[in-house]
Design a protein around this ligand. Structure first.
Ligand code: GDP
Length: 246
């Protein structure tokens, strides 16, 4: 089975208007209506190769980390409904950079951390980067949560466990997404989720876990809601039950 995602995923165009208003004319509002429409506003802010070069440490940010090829870029593109957003972090030279995105306000940020285990990076660079990553996770005041991206077929690698330990020590909320869950049928996917939760418990690691697929959209809405909670994003009104971002 191929890993490739189709490139022609349709983008949803969500209007930021209040259609429930009593007036015949919809009222324009600055508050997004749904988690999906809020995340759709994501824009590239800046890149930095070091912890020191990060933008001012104010507001709130959620960082995405994970092993290279786990599906981190696809997940960021999927939840923001932008095919190219996380592309910046894929271009040579930017692979080892911390990439920042905002959702209309600079005090709410998503951060794309470099994928670890990237084959083309020399060992010395990997060690330098590991130190930068540790500094970032421990010292960054605006970092309120970590989303750790794991390929559902290879969850909890040694480095994943190390990341979770750092995050737990730093008392950082952590949410794990098990990507490419479309590779499993429904029951085996659920079993895998339970087993991963049990392994984490046995290792004394505290975090929430969910299944995710950038291919068929499973878990997209759950992750979008999780991000609104982490970044304390007020929404105009609740999404209808079972709403799923495409
Ligand atoms: P990154 O290195 O962690 O940013 O990984 P990418 O997002 O670039 O994905 C690596 C490969 O996995 C690409 O070929 C993607 O098309 C594929 N991929 C990513 N997410 C999924 C998914 O949910 N399902 C499937 N089947 N493939 C995926």
């Amino acid at each position: 089975m191929t890993d490739e995602l189709p490139t022609d995923t349709a983008l949803t165009d969500t209007a930021l208007t209040d259609t429930a208003a009593t007036d015949a004319q919809p009222i324009k509002t600055s508050l997004p209506k749904t988690a999906a429409s809020w995340l759709q506003q994501a824009k590239f802010l800046t890149s930095s190769p070091t912890f020191k070069g990060c933008p001012p440490d104010m507001g709130l940010e959620v960082a995405f980390a994970g092993r290279s090829n786990a599906g981190k870029s696809s997940a960021i593109n999927k939840i923001t409904q932008q095919r190219q957003l996380a592309r910046a972090s894929k271009t040579p030279g930017r692979t080892q950079m911390i990439n920042y995105f905002t959702m209309g306000r600079e005090d709410q940020r998503l951060v794309d951390l470099p994928g670890y285990g990237y084959a083309q990076v020399p060992e010395k660079m990997k060690l330098i980067w590991q130190k930068e990553l540790e500094k970032y996770l421990v010292a960054r005041q605006s970092l309120v949560a970590l989303v750790l991206v794991m390929d559902a077929r290879r969850p909890l690698t040694e480095f994943d466990q190390q990341m979770l330990q750092w995050a737990n020590q730093a008392e950082l909320q952590t949410h794990v997404i098990l990507t490419k869950c479309d590779k499993f049928k429904r029951d085996p996917a659920r079993k895998l989720l339970r087993e991963t939760e049990q392994r984490m418990q046995a290792l004394g690691l505290k975090c929430s876990v969910q299944l995710f697929s950038s291919l068929n959209g499973d878990g997209v809405s759950d992750l979008q809601h999780k991000l609104t909670e982490f970044l304390e994003q007020p929404l105009q009104s609740a999404e209808p039950d079972g709403a799923q971002a495409s």
